[in-house]
Design a protein around this ligand. Structure first.
Ligand code: ACM
Length: 269
């Protein structure tokens, strides 16, 4: 299975332009599954609810979804991309999966970062796994990486590949995802953006690039530069992720002792 990663530098608010650029860039590359960054169409640093209202789109009726579905159909591939979602009066930081048959599903970001909670509701979908034929894929968004439960939940639910749409500003994620891959025995694909946004006097945020694919043994298959834009591809066998053996006598999942992990599902006040 060929995986494509798109690392971009969107112009804030220029959704039509950002989407068309992605469509043109991606249409030149053959892959089975493409992963794009978080909020790839709008840019990241919202400053007012009016901006959210203006730029968020319905899923799957909005222009971004329709455009990406058409690309997926044309290229016969699956695409995961991050966008601002409007659902009635609610707004979510979401990622969408489309494929050759059109819209497949949506994941709404569970762990909101910093000022995102001024603009978006916390996600209510939970961690979803989708069977795309030949692989099961899970989706998480950026800051979800800080909570190892995200990747663990997706892996226990059967994900072979975790598609991680990101707009990373903290320095540790690319390294941490090596561990997420290793401990869960899954492929992780982090698609990040580059550039700086410091809108309306807000502290500037610099996005760290370094989009990457880590294999199920924690090896870096591909990692992009910190400032480059473009596409990276890597060929993987996702079925390898179904072997959870660590040694002939140890298994990532069978050796778990969930009876001692109850605290993980209790709220801490
Ligand atoms: C982030 O969650 N976009 C840092």
């Amino acid at each position: 299975m060929r995986i494509g990663i798109y690392q971009n530098h969107p112009e804030f608010g220029a959704t039509g332009k950002n989407v068309e650029k992605a469509v043109i860039d991606i249409s030149l590359t053959d892959a089975d599954l493409f992963v794009l960054p978080e909020l790839f169409n709008t840019g990241y640093q919202f400053t007012t609810m009016e901006e959210v209202h203006e730029l968020a789109e319905q899923i799957p009726k909005g222009n971004t979804c329709r455009r990406m579905s058409a690309l997926a159909r044309e290229k016969g591939m699956f695409i995961v991309f991050g966008m601002a979602e409007r659902d009635g009066d609610n707004y979510f930081n979401s990622s969408v999966l489309v494929g050759p048959e059109g819209y497949v599903g949506t994941y709404r970001k569970t762990h909101l970062f910093f000022e995102e909670s001024d603009f978006f509701s916390p996600g209510d979908t939970g961690f979803c796994v989708f069977d795309i034929g030949g692989a099961k894929i899970g989706i998480m968004i950026c800051f979800d990486w800080w909570f190892p439960e995200s990747a663990r939940a997706l892996s226990l639910a059967g994900a072979d590949i975790i598609c991680h749409c990101a707009n990373l500003v903290l320095p540790n994620c690319q390294t941490a995802m090596i561990t997420r891959s290793l401990e869960n025995g899954v492929f992780t694909v982090t698609a990040n953006r580059v550039g700086t946004e410091g809108r309306s006097g807000k502290d500037p945020l610099t996005f760290t690039g370094g989009s990457q694919l880590i294999d199920n043994f924690g090896e870096i298959k591909v990692r992009m530069g910190k400032t480059e834009t473009g596409i990276a591809v890597s060929d993987i066998d996702p079925v390898q992720a179904r072997n959870k053996a660590i040694t002939p006598r140890n298994d990532r999942f069978l050796d778990r002792r969930p009876e001692y992990y109850e605290i993980l599902t209790s709220a801490i006040s």
